[in-house]
Design a protein around this ligand. Structure first.
Ligand code: AVJ
Length: 322
């Protein structure tokens, strides 16, 4: 696979984001996009197999069941771009369906190089596929993919796995509008969104019995130690999942078990924690089905169809650029 790598100021941006997030006066925070280093990506893969966390399996079930129908709704020729391809496993069903119809280009956009490599290994055996990976932030990558588009080709963008849930609702609309701005009328977006469900079920999904999600969350501190030379004592922080009813989201926090101070040399910061103080590391917003249609409309998309998983409420929405 061809990979377009970043001229890497990524390390610098990580340091700057950690500095800004940990120096905040109120709630300290670290951006969830930094979960996915090699260890974090592997832990997320395990999470997706946990009985408590049905999200990824619901997403994959829908794609597998409805791949032919989805592809039939999109007139060819189509180039497929995916924002955050991860391992590429659940994308297989769609790509196979496209490739049965015609030669198809697949452009995964990922900030994680290891995920890009996994994804190429997973999918390169498909007949009549060509894969070109972009090691980029989503919108930067999509801009480049759009520039690759051949005349008469439609772009089909995949934004699966409810990654949209990591944005708050206004930022979600803004992101979709930015995607829309890169697309031409008639291009399309398949959006995977986790739906609202009972708090007890969400708390179990984000604080599993085996402690894999706790390890996933704590790995963020381990990564700050590894990449920025910090001295976080992981045993002095506890994973916590919280329901936020106002924002209809699950939040993950890392709670300081005692008063302590931590040095992050590469971010040029010393951080003080009081006992019980937390670092907010992620929000996963949950949506109502009709809300997805409204959100898409505000971003300039018409919702063509939705497929819902009944076992683990989750929606796949096919959105057409208006
Ligand atoms: C991959 C962003 C959809 O928010 O559910 C899994 C990440 N966090 N367990 C999510 C995650 C905790 C996941 N997404």
């Amino acid at each position: 696979m061809l990979v377009h790598a970043i001229p890497s100021n990524a390390a610098y941006e990580f340091a700057a984001d950690v500095r800004a997030g940990l120096m905040r006066r109120g709630q300290k925070e670290l951006p969830s996009k930094y979960f996915y280093d090699n260890v974090g990506s592997a832990l997320f893969e395990v999470i997706s197999h946990l009985p408590e966390y049905g999200l990824t399996r619901a997403d994959e079930r829908l794609l597998r069941r409805h791949a032919d129908e989805i592809v039939d709704r999109l007139a060819g020729p189509v180039a497929v771009a995916e924002l955050g391809s991860g391992s590429g496993k659940k994308t297989r069903w769609l790509l196979e369906a496209f490739c049965r119809r015609q030669r198809t280009s697949y452009y995964p956009v990922e900030i994680s190089r290891s995920a890009l490599v996994m994804c190429e290994r997973e999918l390169s055996d498909i007949d009549a596929i060509s894969i070109v990976g972009f090691e980029r932030e989503y919108l930067d990558g999509l801009l480049e993919v759009a520039a690759y588009r051949k005349s008469g080709q439609r772009l089909f963008v995949l934004f699966l796995g409810s990654t949209i849930g990591n944005f708050d609702r206004p930022a979600g609309v803004k992101f979709l509008a930015d995607v829309r701005g890169i697309l031409e009328p008639g291009d399309s977006l398949l959006l995977g969104t986790d739906l609202e469900k009972p708090s007890s079920q969400l708390l179990r999904a984000y604080d599993d019995e085996l402690g894999v999600t706790a390890a996933f969350n704590l790995n963020l501190l381990a990564r700050v130690n590894r990449d920025l030379g910090a001295n976080f004592d992981l045993r002095q922080f506890a994973h916590e999942a919280r329901i936020n009813r106002e924002t209809r989201s699950v939040e993950m926090h890392l709670v300081s078990k005692r008063r302590q101070s931590v040095t992050v040399p590469a971010a040029e910061v010393v951080v003080e924690f009081v006992q019980g103080e937390s670092i907010w590391t992620e929000s996963s917003h949950k949506y109502a089905v009709e809300e997805i249609i409204e959100t898409a409309a505000r971003a300039g998309f018409r919702c063509e169809t939705q497929w819902i998983d009944e076992e683990w409420p989750f929606a796949e929405s096919l959105l057409i650029a208006a």
